[in-house]
Design a protein around this ligand. Structure first.
Ligand code: SAH
Ligand code: SF4
Ligand code: F3S
Length: 434
C-alpha cells in the first residue's frame, strides 16, 4: 500500500503550534507523509483553539472551507475538538474525526481507519498524564518551542483552558533535556519552554528554576525562553539566573489581565495590583533591563470606567514592551458565564483602542531609546522586503531586527548596531572586524 499523506493546519497559541509539531512527528513515525498542499492529501487535520468565540468561529469556517476537498478524510483536534466533541458533526457536516489534546497517539490509527472507509470517530477522553515526548523532529528553524507542562488548574473565571486542556502535569526533567537534544540536533539555537503556567513546573523535586539550571548545565543550547508565566507562580530565582547569564533571555511574558483588585478578584487571578507591581520591582532589581510583555482583557462583566483606568495605570507604570489585548468573550461553562456580559460592545472596543494606543506609544518609546546600541541578534529566517533581502532575528529581549547581510544565514548570532526603526522592527547593521 502506498504511504498516506496528511496536511495540517494550526490555530491558537504556541502550545498548539508545538502540538502540531508533535502530531507531525507521531504521524511520520507511523508511516504518514506530511504535505504542504491540502489538494493532494488523503487526510486534512486542523488543530483548533477555544479561548474566545472568534477563535472557534474562524476554525469552523476554515473546516467547512476545507470540506471542498471531497474524498479526503477531515479531522479536527485541539481545544475546540475537546470542548465540542460530537457537536462538531452538526457544525461541520463533512467531518470524520474529532480528537482532544490527550488523544494524539491514537490519531494515526483513527486516520487510517477513516481512509479505509470506517465511520466517524470521537476521541475526547481526558488522560491527565500525557506529556508527549518528541519522537522525531522535522522542523529546522533555529528557534523552537517545547512544551514542558500541559493543562491548567487555575480556573480563572473567564477561561475555558482548564476544561479543554485538563489537569496540570509536567514533563519529566530528563525527558525535557533529551527533547532539547533532539531539537538541537536539528538546528535549534534557542528553545522556548511552554506551558499555560510554565513556572508552576514540577517533576519530583525539580521545580522550574531547577529545570533551567539543569538545561544550562547539561545542554549547550544558546538561548532559553519561557512562556507563559502566571504571577502566582513567579519564583525570583528566575531573575537571579537572568542576572547571571544571558542564556536565560531577559524577557518575561507575565499576563496581568486587569488593573483593579475588584476585577482581579472576580477573575479569580489570585493576586492584587500591588502584588503584581511588586513582582515587576523584584524582577527589575535583579535584571534592570528585563523586557516585559503581557496579556490584558477589557470589558470583563461589571468593569467600570474606573476599573479600566486602573488597567491603563498598570500599563503606564510597568511600561511593557508589547501586549496581547482582548475583548472579554463569554465562554460557556466557565464561572464568569454566570455573570451578565454587560459591558456594551462599543465600550469594549473603545477601551481596547485606548489601551492599544497606550501600549503602542510606550513600545515605540522603549524601542527608540535603543537606537544606536549594539545587540546580539540570533538570526532566524530570510525575508524579502521590496527589492532587498534581509535576515530577520531577535534581540535577547525578543525585539525584532532586520539585518542586511550577504554572508550570514539563519542560526548565526551576530553583533548588530540598531540603526533605525521601521514600525516596530529595528533595521540593524552587522558590526564586522571584531
Ligand atoms: N495561561 C495563560 C493564558 C492563556 S490564554 C495565563 O494565564 O496567562 C491567553 C490569553 O487569552 C489570556 O491571558 C487572556 O488574556 C485571554 N483570554 C482567555 N480567556 C478569555 C476570554 N474568555 N475572553 C477574552 N480573553 C480571554
Ligand atoms: Fe486560563 Fe487562567 Fe489557566 Fe491561564 S492560568 S490558562 S488564564 S485558567
Ligand atoms: Fe487556545 Fe487551547 Fe491555546 S484554547 S489559547 S489553543 S490552550
Amino acid at each position: 500500500m502506498s504511504p498516506k499523506n496528511v496536511y495540517l493546519e494550526c490555530f491558537g497559541c504556541q502550545m498548539n503550534a508545538f502540538d502540531t509539531e508533535v502530531l507531525e512527528s507521531i504521524l511520520e513515525s507511523e508511516g504518514f507523509g506530511i504535505l504542504q498542499d491540502p489538494s493532494e492529501a488523503d487526510a486534512i487535520l486542523v488543530n483548533t483553539c477555544s479561548v474566545r468565540e472568534n477563535a472557534e468561529r474562524r476554525a469552523i469556517g476554515r473546516l467547512n472551507d476545507l470540506s471542498r476537498y471531497k474524498g479526503t478524510v477531515l479531522a479536527v483536534c485541539g481545544c475546540m475538538a475537546q470542548r465540542l466533541g460530537d457537536r462538531l458533526f452538526e457544525l461541520v457536516p463533512a467531518l470524520d474525526i474529532v480528537a482532544g489534546p490527550d488523544n494524539y497517539a491514537a490519531l494515526p490509527s483513527a486516520i487510517s481507519a477513516a481512509i479505509s472507509g470506517e465511520g466517524r470517530k470521537v476521541l475526547v477522553e481526558k488522560d491527565g498524564s500525557v506529556t508527549y515526548r518528541l519522537r522525531s523532529v522535522s522542523g529546522s528553524s533555529p528557534s523552537r518551542y517545547l512544551s514542558v507542562t500541559r493543562g491548567c488548574e487555575n480556573y480563572c473565571s473567564y477561561c475555558i483552558v482548564p476544561y479543554v486542556r485538563g489537569s496540570f502535569r509536567s514533563k519529566e526533567a530528563g525527558g525535557v533535556i533529551e527533547d532539547i537534544g533532539l531539537l538541537k540536533a536539528s538546528g535549534a539555537k534557542e528553545v522556548t519552554l511552554l506551558g499555560q503556567n510554565v513556572m508552576a513546573y514540577r517533576s519530583g523535586d525539580c521545580g522550574f528554576v531547577d529545570l533551567l539550571g539543569r538545561i544550562l548545565e547539561e545542554t549547550d543550547i544558546e538561548r532559553i525562553r519561557f512562556l507563559t508565566t502566571h504571577p502566582r507562580d513567579v519564583d525570583d530565582g528566575i531573575f537571579t539566573l537572568m542576572a547571571e547569564t544571558d542564556r536565560v533571555c531577559p524577557h518575561m511574558h507575565l499576563p496581568f489581565q486587569a488593573g483593579s483588585d475588584r476585577i482581579l478578584s472576580m477573575m479569580n487571578r489570585g493576586y492584587t495590583r500591588s502584588g503584581y507591581l511588586d513582582i515587576i520591582d523584584r524582577a527589575r532589581a535583579l535584571r534592570p533591563d528585563i523586557a516585559l510583555t503581557t496579556d490584558v482583557i477589557v470589558g470583563f462583566p461589571g468593569e467600570t470606567e474606573d476599573d479600566f483606568e486602573e488597567t491603563l495605570d498598570i500599563v503606564e507604570r510597568v511600561r511593557f514592551d508589547s501586549a496581547f489585548t482582548f475583548k472579554y468573550s463569554q465562554r460557556e461553562g466557565t464561572k464568569a458565564a454566570g455573570l451578565e456580559d454587560d459591558v456594551p460592545v462599543e465600550v469594549k472596543k473603545s477601551r481596547l483602542d485606548n489601551l492599544n494606543a497606550a501600549i503602542r506609544r510606550i513600545r515605540m518609546e522603549i524601542m527608540a531609546a535603543r537606537i544606536g546600541s549594539v545587540e546580539e541578534i540570533l538570526l532566524d529566517a530570510r525575508v524579502k522586503k521590496g527589492e532587498y533581502q534581509f535576515l530577520k532575528g531577535r534581540t535577547l529581549h525578543f525585539r525584532n531586527v532586520l539585518v542586511e547581510s550577504e554572508n550570514r544565514k539563519p542560526g548565526d548570532t551576530v553583533s548588530v548596531v540598531l540603526k533605525e526603526l521601521s514600525k516596530f522592527t529595528f533595521i540593524g547593521e552587522e558590526i564586522t572586524g571584531r
